[in-house]
Design a protein around this ligand. Structure first.
Ligand SMILES: NC(=O)c1ccc[n+]([C@@H]2O[C@H](COP(=O)([O-])OP(=O)(O)OC[C@H]3O[C@@H](n4cnc5c(N)ncnc54)[C@H](OP(=O)(O)O)[C@@H]3O)[C@@H](O)[C@H]2O)c1
Length: 264
């Protein structure tokens, strides 16, 4: 069912097996629809089974090939088992997109360490578990693509999102490291760093500068994956803005982002 919509070439993944974690809503769900349009054979993962089943129904109704498996991204054994069951139904994975993620906020009086632990498990260990589950097959075949959805929050420790920023900064460093070492194995690695995207995660955010919808984000992300970008930051101006805050004094950042700020 691949084709061209609005003049955009959406080919390039015909018959490829693409797994997406966190596909029950937001960017992951939009990515599933985008890769279905591009002809991929999809394996989708998340915890909310009703949402996964519904998405499978929608994509099958348009002629797509899709299977789901329920998995907690923060559970290493569970992720391995879920991926093995997708392998049985779809064949071995070509592209793993570790997208599942959560946010958590802290304030100047509450570091919220319990929530921080879950953020690190989901956003940092989660992609490692997802990659591990397909890694032996990619190595044996000598090809494949590991992708993770990080964030522009990787580039600056924003005051109300300490654990979130730490998880994404750690994720970017991890991706960079394995990207360099896996070059010799012909396995590509891509870090996707979105700015604001309108999803369930950001529905409580008050101000979302240069925000886009999930379907627009998915189209951009799919194109970056197709081009095997190392790091893809969008929108470009949001990446530049966040990186430039590194040169601002702390008092100014604290004033701009008080305790009640919410960052996606
Ligand atoms: N929205 C933004 O502005 C923005 C900006 C930059 C980066 N991102 C990143 O984009 C990714 C997707 O976020 P989104 O905005 O699309 O949010 P979302 O709509 O809340 O979707 C999050 C997805 O992750 C899954 N998930 C969360 N915790 C999980 C767990 N423990 N195990 C398995 N699945 C889990 C959820 O599925 P279940 O609850 O069904 O398990 C859901 O499918 C995240 O990594 C986020 O950090 C988002």
């Amino acid at each position: 069912m691949s084709g061209s919509v609005e003049g955009v070439d959406r080919m390039g993944f015909e018959g490829k097996v693409v797994y997406i974690t966190g596909a029950s809503s937001g960017i992951g769900l939009a990515l599933a629809k985008e890769f279905a349009l591009r002809g991929a054979r999809l394996g989708i993962l998340a915890r909310r089974e009703d949402r996964l089943r519904q998405l499978c129904g929608e994509i099958r109704a348009t002629g797509g090939t899709i299977e789901y498996a329920v998995a907690d991204a923060a559970d290493r054994g569970g992720m391995n088992t879920a991926v093995a069951s997708l392998n049985d139904r779809l064949g071995l994975c070509d592209v793993m997109i570790a997208n599942a993620g959560i946010g958590a906020s802290n304030t100047s009086t509450d570091l919220n360490v319990t929530a921080a632990e879950q953020v690190i498990r989901t956003n940092l260990l989660g992609p490692m578990y997802a990659f591990e589950a397909v890694f032996a097959d990619l190595l044996a075949r000598g090809s494949g693509h590991l992708v993770a959805v990080s964030s522009v929050a990787a580039f600056k420790g924003l005051p109300t999102s300490a654990a979130y920023c730490a998880s994404k900064a750690g994720l970017n460093a991890y991706l960079e490291s394995i990207r360099i070492s896996l070059r010799a194995r012909n396995i590509a690695v891509t870090a996707i760093c979105p700015g604001f995207v309108r999803t369930e995660m950001t529905e409580k955010s008050k101000k979302m500068l240069w925000a886009c919808n999930a379907d627009v984000a998915a189209r951009k992300i799919a194109r970056a994956i197709q081009r095997q970008k190392k790091v893809y930051v969008f929108p470009t101006r949001m990446g530049l803005l966040v990186k430039s805050t590194r040169w601002l004094p702390d008092w100014l950042v604290a004033k701009a982002l008080p305790d009640d700020s919410v960052f996606g």
